[in-house]
Write a protein that binds this ligand. Structure first.
Ligand code: ZN
Length: 133
């Protein structure tokens, strides 16, 4: 099965966007009942992670703290001026894998899949590869 390219639009400079539904829809459309779903971000200033989607303050705190760990201005050398975004992306990571069972993503009750924007707002791609097995 070919990889599927999904599009997301971020609205802030730094943002965590819940893409669980988008990814689940891709799994549903594939018709695959059992397998692995790989989510890959083909960008150098964005990332993907899995975390709590029940209390929006978790995402708010996550963003607040990562901005403290990697400040936007810190005497960086990179000409483009977005070194902080490159660093945050590598720290969080560019891919996740989720098990598919009965056509559903196997996630914990409180878990959601988040697209992490670190140099937005932009239109971004999320590549999903569904492997049956
Ligand atoms: Zn750059």
């Amino acid at each position: 099965m070919n990889p599927i390219t999904l599009q997301v639009k971020t609205t802030s400079h730094t943002q965590m966007l819940d893409i669980t539904r988008l990814v689940q829809d891709a799994v549903t459309d594939s018709g695959v009942k059992s397998g692995i779903c790989t989510i890959f971000i083909p960008h150098t200033t964005a990332a993907v992670t899995i975390n709590e989607n029940a209390d929006p303050d978790v995402v708010r705190d996550f963003t607040m703290e990562i901005n403290k760990i990697v400040p936007w201005e810190d005497g960086y050398h990179h000409m483009e001026g977005n070194s902080a975004a490159h660093l945050k992306s590598s720290m969080i990571g560019f891919s996740e894998q989720v098990i598919i069972e009965d056509g559903r993503l196997v996630l914990g009750v409180w878990q959601g899949i988040y697209f992490c924007e670190y140099d937005g707002p932009r239109t971004r791609k999320v590549i999903v590869k569904i492997t049956e097995g």
